[in-house]
Design a protein around this ligand. Structure first.
Ligand SMILES: [Zn+2]
Length: 149
């Protein structure tokens, strides 16, 4: 499933909410005269912003729940570092490739991990993987005994 499959319904929902807010703003303008015209649209815009943030957070939460894991960067092998909520890095720092893509995430102990689909694998200095954890939508993070990316 691609990201677009998840965000599509949210965009439709946002359009619906925007239409309702526009109607409410118009109603406020008719009901309260010039005060409604001045404050209605700005209140609508502020509400839109709040709803947009909530929708993005909800979308990330659903995606993490189904495909990426919660937290999306789980506890490290030493049990001392963990990722933040949603897309926050928490104790991890991104490790970059020379071409600017993300190579992996290094925890405070200095171990580098990589997200491979539902799996969270340890990345050895020679570039090889070592299975560590795998995300199960029902059971959470489980020890990974098998690496089939
Ligand atoms: Zn660590």
């Amino acid at each position: 499933m691609r990201l677009g499959d998840v965000t599509g319904p949210f965009l439709l929902l946002l359009l619906g909410v925007a239409a309702v807010l526009a109607a409410l703003g118009l109603g406020a303008g008719l009901g309260w005269g010039w005060i409604g015209y001045v404050f209605g649209p700005s209140l609508g815009a502020a509400a839109m912003l709040v709803i947009l943030c909530a929708a993005v957070a909800t979308g990330l939460l659903i995606r993490n729940r189904l495909f990426r894991g919660i937290p999306w960067l789980p506890v490290c092998g030493n049990g001392c570092c963990r990722g933040g909520w949603l897309a926050a890095l928490g104790d991890y720092k991104p490790v970059w490739n020379e071409d600017g893509t993300v190579r992996g995430f290094r925890c405070r102990c200095g171990i580098t991990y990589q997200k491979v689909g539902r799996r969270f694998v340890e990345l050895a200095p020679d570039g090889s993987f070592r299975p560590y954890l795998v995300w199960d939508g029902l059971k959470g993070w489980l020890p990974d005994r098998d690496l089939r990316p």
